[in-house]
Design a protein around this ligand. Structure first.
Ligand SMILES: *Cc1c(COP(=O)(O)O)cnc(C)c1O
Length: 370
């Protein structure tokens, strides 16, 4: 490749973006405001958004406002947190914080959890008990949870607020009930809300927030909000991070984050999108869910065996041919594929997609008969 290839690359990106339907990424964001700031090496290095380092080319004031937005959304007063590189880093952080608070704790998460939970168990060497799931929703199986809960040891639980494949939400009340029945008073609940964390508060308020005994929450920034770079946020109750505090004099800061250098432009992007759109988020969520319901209905009509969980914009259906999976960049698993309906999808596009699936099915049936 030489430099001339870049214009072709731009065309490839445009084409791939037009047909994208499989990942929960809002591709409708406009961050051209960022252009003048690309001149600067913005880095929130060596600590959270409260602690200034000697390096002053940072965006911590923006980062703080981003986190304040999420703290308000989830009813958290005394918060601590930071803008991460991804939902994965938020999960690693939340689960690590659980272990720091309960060093002999056992990690519990459902089999439908994101692979970052497995990663956390491995990285931090936390005993991990995987919990079964219900079918077809893929919500946690609570009797299996109860059965596997080890008495007299603290529990670190990763609760799914929207699983990756089916958008299922684990019921916090059922989890709390099981803990209560097993008399486990020492527990830490990390909420993985990579995508769903931006949907649920606008669809059903006060079901999962910090008024309930949850300890930390991770959300991806490039999913519902949308951002040219992968990013996320993690927030937690302030007193819980004191277990991790350590002095790093070199930077003149206390670093309690996983990264050392942290992308300063992402805080700027998230802040900009939140400023512009926060009063519109409820409408955007309702629109995505309504379009997902439309897609579900169309797929049902044509016998594609669809599934759409409550409070979700993820539609699972029978997997089409590899060429359609590739064209629409569908996430596929076994005999199923899913589409995640985001802000950038129009009804016409979804209908076109269903027509293409139906046409393929018809052709396959013809070949089968012939
Ligand atoms: C996408 C996703 C993640 C990971 O987020 P990244 O930002 O891709 O690292 C974690 N959990 C769930 C449920 C997800 O869907």
């Amino acid at each position: 490749m030489d430099i001339d290839f870049l214009s072709e690359y731009q065309m490839l990106l445009t084409e791939a973006s037009q047909f994208h339907l499989g990942y929960p990424y809002n591709l409708k964001h406009d961050n051209t405001f960022l252009l003048p700031f690309l001149k600067y090496s913005i880095n929130n290095l060596g600590g959270d958004c409260f602690t200034k380092s000697h390096y002053r080319i940072d965006s911590r004031d923006f980062e703080k406002e981003v986190l304040q937005f999420f703290a308000n959304l989830y009813q958290l007063q005394d918060w601590w947190g930071y803008v991460t590189t991804s939902g994965t880093e938020g999960n690693l952080y939340g689960i690590l914080l659980g272990r720091e608070n309960y060093p002999d704790g056992i990690l519990y998460a459902s089999a439908a959890s994101h692979y970052s939970v497995n990663k956390a168990a491995k990285f931090f060497r936390i005993p991990y008990h995987q919990i079964g799931i219900q079918t077809p929703s893929e919500e946690m199986n609570y009797s299996d949870f109860y059965r596997k809960l080890v008495p007299n040891l603290p529990a670190i639980i990763c609760l799914n607020l929207g699983t990756t494949f089916t958008g299922a939400i684990d019921d916090i009340e059922q989890i709390l009930n099981a803990l209560e029945m097993k008399k486990i008073r020492q527990f830490y609940i990390h909420v993985d809300g990579a995508l769903g964390g931006m949907l649920l508060p606008y669809l059903r308020s006060h079901w999962i927030d910090f008024h309930k005994p949850i300890s930390s929450l991770s959300i991806s920034g490039h999913k519902f909000i949308g951002c040219p770079f992968p990013c996320g946020i993690v927030i937690t109750k302030k007193h819980l991070v004191e277990a991790l505090a350590s002095d790093i004099e070199y930077l003149g800061a206390q670093d309690m984050t996983i990264g050392g250098s942290r992308n300063g432009h992402t805080s700027l992007c998230l802040w900009y999108e939140i400023c512009k759109r926060h009063s519109n988020f409820a409408l955007e969520v309702a629109d995505c869910v309504a379009k997902a319901e439309h897609l579900y209905a169309q797929l049902k009509l044509r016998d594609f065996n669809p599934l759409l969980n409550p409070y979700s914009n993820t539609v699972v259906f029978d997997k089409p041919s590899d060429s359609l999976v590739k064209k629409y960049q569908l996430a596929a698993r076994g005999d199923y594929a899913h589409a995640v309906v985001m802000q950038n999808h129009y009804i016409e596009f979804l209908d076109y997609f269903v027509e293409e699936l139906a046409r393929e099915q018809l052709n396959l049936a013809k070949i089968g008969k012939g």
